[in-house]
Design a protein around this ligand. Structure first.
Ligand SMILES: Cc1cc2nc3c(=O)[nH]c(=O)nc-3n(C[C@H](O)[C@H](O)[C@H](O)COP(=O)(O)OP(=O)(O)OC[C@H]3O[C@@H](n4cnc5c(N)ncnc54)[C@H](O)[C@@H]3O)c2cc1C
Length: 758
């Protein structure tokens, strides 16, 4: 039987269904062409004042997103989930970016399941995908084998479909045009000037403002370099060569043509295959000289991670390369009849090879698949009273947060997403790569819903600066996913959960699945004694379902080799467990050059994969405003701050009871007051230090616990339990107590619940 995704008639049918709606360029679609969506998709019609009466001039937006490709789409979906409203979304076509406009015929290097994961990654997307009748492009993808690739047309159609769906949201204003300039005021407000698209030629540029400007402006192939030296070579654009249809039109059918192809990347091998297919069929005169600097590199599935996930050959392209281009098969491959391989080494050897092979006149065209560069950015300026302002020049991205900076530091309220500003990731063998792909764009977004800590912040209609910083930084701290896995490891049912085969017949207290809002358990990583991934894997395999967070207490991780820290963090993330630093900041804050040291520390934490940074003040006297500034700083690095609050001065170390008794405890009201300030600053969870409450005291201060729980929401506080005799000190024991299958006299007895249906 032909699998459905390979069955041409099914595909034709599904594609026709999708194309019926999407093939017409949406910005000039006729009402008839869009009849099904004509009422709801008003913003997808032509730029038309009747539909959007002067929608942008002077208006203030929660965010402005520049670019309607997959990354812009991901951003708008994420911001809608975050209640950032209204959103101005600008693109000249809204046709799914280059993925859909240039690469429809390219076989994907990602599995269909990742496109589906993308379409389900935000509530705003899910609303579109789940509408009735089922959207055709999404349905087409669902009908395919999820474990193989597909033509990018299928993913492109899905992007256009989601774009149209988001366009129906009253909080999204889609403007057809090109952003020409963004000007940042001293107050942190961006004024964005857009020139209307072709359909609105003659119309004036519009200006809109926001505190959050997101550039999702994409990237294009690097221009060919060799025609500068070898003027007789006609450039063959990579975009043309990647499309079999465009390539067939660009090359002569009735005469010989020799093409030099440079590169061994995924794109280069796709072009090589396209050229070979034409040579053996419709264009018999085509021959290729293929220049490569290194043997082919493949992505390798290592079980729970992928080696060279972003740069190695994958999918159909990898299969073709292995079957035709590798030593041992090359000699017998048909490809050899049309392609000549030339291996070079960068430098003088390569220069000589080009001179030898291209200096004569027998090669006619050249295609260089040598990488991508950012598309042209709008002009960006800082306005500081001077006429014209200061142009923002060379922009660098922080590949871990999406934040952008220039020579003067971080650029306020400016974020970069997508292929132009990819996340930098390091695989387990230390290869540093740019994470590019639809699913991966979701990870460097303002927010991803699958956080492991509760999300309690409600963003007002026009977010405050602090809220904005928070919004911007949230996605980054969300790391339950490894670079290649769309979801945390599938968890096996516990015996108590298994009603059919296990012990589900025994009464127990129900517990919400992770990520939970209440009843979180954060366990300690190496501190008093050392342990590594083997121990952690054991804990996760057996009790992982009961663990929400892992904390490397104190500065313990700084004593470990980096690779081991990364591995442990990876294990935690795979199990849906967030990872927190301990109170190391106390030590960092004592440095002389405190600002740069704090920045470096946070950057490294982010790079290592931490999600949460603990902010404790145990041994320090720390003014509240400084503490709040630190909260904001942590958020600006895309991490979640977890302040540690206590009533005991001098807490945090191994100080004896007698020594602590000589120092004072403070009034719990002070703690509550500070806690409220933290919540207003967007802090989700605060840790209450056990010193002076259950640790290093002769009698437990349950009165303090009661006061805190009365005055602060339960979901915002977590109580530290540092001593074995405190009931919740051990993961297994605590899980037993929570589920009510075990209790002890000094731990408030057995926890029993009385609920409907249980
Ligand atoms: C050959 C190839 C194969 C790929 N295969 C896969 C794959 O299999 N799976 C996968 O997940 N990913 C794949 N990708 C990667 C990636 O998904 C695509 O490159 C994707 O198109 C990048 O999305 P983007 O939104 O960052 O940029 P783009 O798609 O380039 O979109 C940018 C948009 O911004 C607009 N724009 C730019 N400047 C302005 C401005 N000043 N004002 C208004 N609008 C502006 C542009 O018109 C465009 O619409 C592939 C990439 C390539 C090159």
């Amino acid at each position: 039987m032909v699998p459905i995704h390979r069955n041409p008639s099914v595909l034709r049918h599904l594609r026709r269904k999708a194309a019926a709606i999407w093939e017409t360029p949406l910005d000039c679609a006729t009402a008839a062409g869009l009849c099904r969506f004509s009422v709801e998709t008003k913003k997808l019609e032509s730029f038309n004042e009747r539909v959007i009466p002067n929608p942008v001039n002077g208006r203030v937006y929660g965010a402005i997103v520049v670019g309607g490709g997959p990354a812009g789409l991901a951003t708008v979906g994420t911001l809608l989930d975050e209640d950032v409203k209204p959103i101005l979304w600008i693109d000249s076509k809204f046709q799914g970016g280059r993925l859909n406009t240039q690469y429809r015929e390219v076989p994907s290097n990602t599995k269909v399941s990742l496109f589906i994961a993308f379409a389900r990654a935000t509530a705003a997307f899910r609303k579109v995908a789940d509408q009735d009748p089922t959207p055709p492009a999404y349905a087409a993808l669902q009908a395919m084998d999820q474990d193989t690739g597909c033509d990018l047309a299928a993913a492109g159609d899905m992007c256009v479909e989601l774009t149209a769906g988001l366009g129906r949201d009253a909080d999204v204003v889609m403007q057809y045009g090109r952003v020409e300039e963004g000007a940042l005021s001293e107050e942190g407000v961006w004024s964005v000037t857009t020139r209307p698209g072709r359909a609105a030629e003659g119309k004036e540029a519009t200006i809109a403002s926001t505190r959050l400007l997101v550039l999702a402006t994409g990237a294009r192939p690097l221009p060919p370099r060799l025609p500068e030296t070898y003027g007789h070579l006609a450039p063959l654009h990579l975009d043309t060569a990647l499309s079999p249809t465009a390539l067939a039109k660009a090359l002569p059918k009735d005469r010989d043509v020799k093409i030099a192809l440079v590169g061994a990347s995924h794109s280069a091998i796709l072009v090589l295959r396209n050229l070979y297919e034409l040579a053996r069929s419709s264009h018999p005169g085509v021959r290729v000289k293929w220049f490569s600097r290194h043997p082919l590199r493949y992505a390798v599935d290592k079980g729970d991670w992928i080696l060279r996930d972003n740069t190695g050959l994958k999918g159909e392209t990898a299969v073709w390369a292995r079957e035709n281009l590798e030593e041992g098969v090359w000699e017998k491959s048909e490809v050899r009849g049309y392609v000549e391989k030339i291996f070079t080494r960068p430098g003088e050897e390569e220069r000589r090879a080009y001179e030898r092979e291209l200096g004569g006149k027998d090669v006619d065209m050249i295609c260089e698949a040598i990488g991508f560069e950012k598309s042209d950015l709008p002009r960006l300026v800082r306005v500081d009273g001077k006429a014209g302002g200061n142009e923002i020049g060379r922009i660098e991205a922080d590949g871990t947060t999406g934040g952008l900076r220039d020579d003067f530091g971080e650029i306020r309220g400016l974020k970069g997403v997508g292929i132009a500003w990819p996340e930098r990731v390091t695989d387990k063998e230390g290869n540093v790569e740019s994470a590019v792909g639809l699913w991966k764009f979701m990870r460097l977004q303002p927010h991803h819903k699958a956080t492991t800590m509760p999300s309690l912040l409600t963003i007002p209609q026009a977010p405050t600066r602090r809220a904005l910083v928070h919004i911007i930084s949230r996605p980054l701290s969300t790391r339950p996913f490894s670079s290649s896995t769309p979801a945390v490891a599938q968890r096996a049912k516990t015996l108590l959960e298994d009603r059919d085969q296990g012990l589900g017949f025994i009464r127990s207290n129900p517990r919400a699945p992770k990520p939970r809002k209440l009843g979180l358990t954060e366990m300690r990583g190496p501190y008093y004694s050392a342990y590594g991934t083997r121990h952690l894997e054991d804990v996760m395999e057996t009790m992982g379902t009961h663990v929400d967070g892992l904390k490397f207490a104190g500065g313990s991780f700084s004593l470990m080799p980096e690779g081991r820290v990364r591995e442990m963090i990876e294990v935690a993330h795979r199990n849906g467990v967030y990872v927190s630093t301990g109170g190391f900041i106390e030590h960092i804050l004592t440095h002389a050059d405190v600002h740069s040291v704090v920045d470096k520390y946070l950057r490294k934490c982010k790079d290592l994969g931490f999600d949460v940074v603990e902010l404790s003040s145990g041994f320090l006297s720390f003014p509240p405003d400084d503490w709040l500034r630190l909260v904001e700083k942590v958020q600006s690095h895309g991490l979640k701050p977890k302040p540690e609050l206590g009533i005991q001065f001098g807490a945090g170390g191994d100080t004896e009871v007698s020594a602590l008794e000589k120092t004072d405890t403070s009034d719990p009201s002070k703690l509550v007051e500070m806690g409220r300030k933290f919540m207003a600053a967007g802090v989700e969870v605060m840790m209450i230090e056990s010193e002076g409450i259950t640790e290093n005291v002769r009698t437990w201060r349950t009165d303090v616990i009661q006061k805190i729980l009365r005055d602060l929401p339960m979901e915002n506080v977590m109580f530290e339990a540092a001593e074995p005799k405190v009931f919740n000190c051990q993961v297994v024991q605590l899980a037993c107590l929570r589920s009510g299958i075990w209790g002890m006299a000094d731990t408030f007895g057995k926890v029993v619940s009385f609920r409907d249906g249980n």
